[in-house]
Design a binder for this molecule. Structure first.
Ligand code: HPA
Length: 271
């Protein structure tokens, strides 16, 4: 708790007590939204006490505080993954810090492999539920009573109102046919899955697989924050489409979807 408070205090001291209402976490290859923020304060993760450092090249490692679509936002440009060697508590520290800064909702994006055979490359998937296959979660250990209860409910991890508004915004923007909805499964990584593993993940009920998001969502729900999470389908992982994954192709597929993701998030903030 002290580590979280120290980080929040540093940010407040270096942002004239800027109070964001929405926190946004940008996933692999999905940083473009950051360019649309009217940035008031920019703080490098390296300068924030107790913040882990991004080790993944496609993640920038900066906190932006500013205005997007008339809304005060805190954008985490770069996130932390379990596969980088961080503890689950480190992975979710930024989300907990944003809550202390005052956010009242969290938007999350990620790059994910498509398991549902109806999905196409660069589709967006509004996450409506998840399965955690990471070997742990951020709530294990003494409960931080200041943040939330020992046994948080997970009946509706993804906010129904945000989901409905996101669907309506996608349709209004003309993205209805490329905006899917489904279950995200978090796998530890950093290697991608074997063909048998992809079949298994589909069998247990997942529509997309990635290596992030679930820890942050668990921490957010523990604190009572409504969450909207969106996957960008960057590779197809169902029989007939499976092929070796090339990171540059994942980045290219993310780049195609990025303007749609940005427009969707802006529409939600504006509405
Ligand atoms: N598996 C796991 N994580 C991913 C994938 C995948 O196929 N694609 C993008 N992130």
């Amino acid at each position: 708790m002290q580590a979280i408070q120290e980080a929040a205090a540093y940010i407040q001291a270096h942002s004239a007590n800027f109070q964001p209402t929405t926190g946004i976490i940008l996933g692999t290859g999905l940083g473009a939204l950051a360019r649309e923020v009217e940035v008031e304060f920019e703080i490098n993760y390296a300068d924030i006490p107790n913040f882990p450092l991004s080790t993944v090249e496609s993640h920038a490692g900066r906190l932006l505080l500013g205005t997007l679509a008339g809304h005060k936002v805190a954008v985490l440009q770069g996130r932390f993954h379990y596969y980088e060697g961080y503890t689950m508590q480190q992975v979710v520290l930024p989300v907990r810090v944003l809550k202390l800064l005052g956010i009242s909702q969290l938007f999350v994006s990620n790059a994910a492999g498509g398991l549902n055979p109806e999905f196409a490359l660069s589709d967006l998937m509004l996450i409506d539920d998840h399965i955690n296959l990471l070997p742990g979660n951020p709530l294990i250990g003494p409960n931080l009573d200041e943040l939330g209860p020992r046994f948080p409910d997970m009946f509706a991890p993804y906010d129904a109102d945000l989901l409905a508004r996101a669907r309506a915004a996608a349709v209004a923007l003309g993205y209805g046919s490329t905006t899917q909805r489904g279950v995200y499964v978090a796998a530890p990584g950093p290697m991608l899955e074997t063909p048998a593993e992809y079949r298994y993940l589909r069998t247990i009920g997942a529509d997309a697989v990635g290596m992030s998001t679930v820890p942050e969502v668990i921490a957010a729900r523990h604190m009572g924050l409504p969450v909207l999470a969106v996957s960008v389908i960057t590779d197809l992982c169902y029989p007939g489409q499976l092929k070796p994954v090339v990171i540059s192709e994942i980045m290219a597929a993310a780049a195609v979807a990025e303007p749609r993701l940005t427009a969707l998030m802006k529409a939600l903030l504006a509405g």
